[in-house]
Design a protein around this ligand. Structure first.
Ligand code: MG
Length: 303
């Protein structure tokens, strides 16, 4: 029988991981309002933007302005993705004290996504980490942990090597990503059991995509494996621009609702979250994939 913890932490990544995939540019003021709503809703972490070069991700080209304009309430980590030293300089100038770094467990995906080998990425991350202001909190994303569209199965030894390298470099937390949503509860259980001897679970988060409808089930498997931090994106925004067919982070409000129903505390105000999801859905002028948003607003299909 499933042993449930009393509480878990939910990290909201939608403003970065979601909005980077929107085809139409989202006005800075809309991003700022969304982020302010999310920080007010009670998350311990909101990923605000990315300091990748605007040529690659023009959707987040206003990272400086967003950081300038958002509220920065105490107790909420406001993260930025930093791809390289130039991005780190921009982040520092913007007063960022929470930095996310990226590497893939799949060599082919890493080369397609970041244009360099895994080892080159790890060297690049080491360089950024060595240059951080004291007190900066860091999160290392490992993508393609549960499979890769280019390589298929990703050996768990490859995941362990990359994740351990990040922890050894000193990142505070790693987030293991099911970037294309190919994980299932059994593979989550097996993979976490295989990784547990190498990885301190209190420094591990899981990041699931709902591409095939398995994200919440995978999260329950992750809970059962002892993980206590899970990523979500408001409304189910986002995917991966370099992973064909990938779409949709797990919708944060679906995740919070499920945990609330299971009696697992998240500290997140579900009603505020639904309002924030409705807000960004209206601004994007399209229906978002989150299910609870429909249910909470009485838009069930009754037929
Ligand atoms: Mg994602």
């Amino acid at each position: 029988m499933l042993e449930l913890p009393q509480e878990v932490q939910i990290y909201e990544v939608g403003p970065r991981d979601g909005l980077q995939n929107e085809p139409a540019p989202v006005p800075t003021a809309v991003k700022v309002e969304l982020i302010d709503r999310l920080t007010a809703a009670g998350f311990p972490y909101v990923e605000v933007s990315s300091f990748v070069h605007p040529r690659w991700i023009p959707q987040l080209g206003d990272a400086e302005q967003v950081f300038e304009q958002i509220q920065r309430p105490a107790g909420v980590r406001l993260g930025a993705l930093v791809p390289n030293m130039r991005g780190m300089e921009r982040a520092r100038e913007a007063g960022v004290d929470t930095v996310a770094l990226f590497v893939s467990a799949s060599e082919t995906h890493n080369r397609k996504n970041l244009n360099r080998s895994i080892d080159e990425s790890l060297a690049n991350i080491a360089e950024v980490l060595a240059d951080l202001e004291p007190g900066t909190w860091t999160r290392g994303y490992v993508s393609m942990v549960f499979g890769c569209p280019y390589e298929g199965d990703v050996p768990v030894a490859d995941v362990a090597r990359v994740a351990t390298a990040l922890l050894d470099l000193g990142v505070d937390q790693i987030s293991l990503g099911d970037t294309v949503g190919t994980g299932d509860p059994r593979s989550v259980r097996d993979r976490m059991a295989a990784l547990a001897p190498d990885l301190p679970l209190e420094r591990v988060a899981l990041h699931f995509h709902d591409t095939r409808g398995t994200a919440l089930a995978n999260i329950v498997a992750g809970l059962d494996a002892g993980v206590r931090v899970f990523d979500g994106a408001i409304g189910g925004l986002g995917g991966c621009p370099y992973a064909p067919g990938a779409s949709g982070n797990v919708a944060t409000e679906d995740l919070v609702q499920m945990l609330d129903a299971m009696g697992v505390s998240t500290g997140v105000d579900l009603e505020a979250l639904v309002d924030a999801a409705a807000f960004i859905e209206e601004k994007l002028k399209k229906r978002l994939p989150g299910r609870y948003l429909r249910a909470a607003r009485g838009q069930y299909c009754t037929a």
